[in-house]
Design a protein around this ligand. Structure first.
Ligand code: ZN
Ligand code: ZN
Length: 250
């Protein structure tokens, strides 16, 4: 029996015990597939061209060129349909192995949108020490770690989160900047100066959290900060679905 046939037999035997699931929606799939047929055709990709300031496709952009402390943002998906389930599986079913394929989606987006940028470092929106004790791992850090490997860049924990915050969804969008104001600090100022940083979060909603993190990095003399998320909440859908996810984050 050749190696390919043997591998297929092993895959089938394993799948009989542990059914293979679509990495996005979680549906059981046949061993030969990686993702389900629905997700193969219906994932909410953000089509090019995209607005660099809000990350939406140009026809969905309503940001009126509102600037943030990061230079631009990109993400492979809108936060809707199977991507809601994908993030739920990653964050709340503790399926940390999903960070690797999700980071591959982000890496493809970064290679396209940030083709001209030379990054020095990949970092992430941190948890407080208490959050880390409760959750044990930070999904944004896991995405950043896998992304750094895909891009061949160093992962550095450049930021620390000092205080707990109210969950962002409980606040009106104009209150969200205030909610995260002053809660982040730099871990080591000497590690930031002069660097072009790729800042990673799992979901971007208003951009207030990423902007506050970028502000701290720029105050520590970063050369530039570019943001990336796995999913972006479409402006018109900011609300209940995001609330469901964020409300479960301690
Ligand atoms: Zn699926
Ligand atoms: Zn825009």
């Amino acid at each position: 029996m050749n190696t390919v046939k043997l591998q297929k037999r092993i895959d089938r035997a394993l799948c009989a015990v542990f059914p293979r699931r679509c990495r996005y929606c979680g549906k059981v799939i046949i061993p030969e597939r990686q993702i389900c047929e629905d997700c193969e055709t219906n994932l909410p990709h953000i089509p090019v061209p995209v607005c660099p300031l809000c990350g939406h496709t140009k026809t969905d952009c309503t940001c009126k060129q509102k600037k943030h402390k990061y230079k631009s943002i990109c993400a492979p998906f809108y936060y809707e349909d199977a991507i809601v389930q994908a993030i739920h599986r990653l964050k709340f079913e503790n399926k940390d192995f999903l960070a690797e394929p999700f980071a591959a989606d982000m890496a493809a987006c970064i290679r396209r949108e940030y083709a001209d940028i030379t990054f020095d470092s990949v970092t992430f929106v941190p948890f407080t020490k208490r959050q880390m004790r409760i959750r044990e791992w930070n999904p944004s850090e896991a995405l950043a770690k896998a992304l750094a490997e895909h891009l061949g860049l160093p992962l550095e924990a450049l930021l620390v989160k000092l205080y707990e915050t109210k969950t962002q969804h409980t606040l009106a969008s104009n209150m969200r900047t205030g909610n995260v104001f002053g809660v982040f600090d730099i871990a080591d100022p000497n590690a930031v100066a002069g660097k072009t940083v790729l800042l990673v979060d799992d979901i971007k909603t208003t951009g207030a959290t990423l902007s506050e993190c970028a502000k701290m990095l720029m105050l520590a003399d970063a050369k530039a900060v570019y943001a990336c998320a796995f999913a972006i909440t479409k402006r018109k859908t900011v609300g209940k679905k995001t609330a469901d996810i964020k409300s479960r984050t301690p």
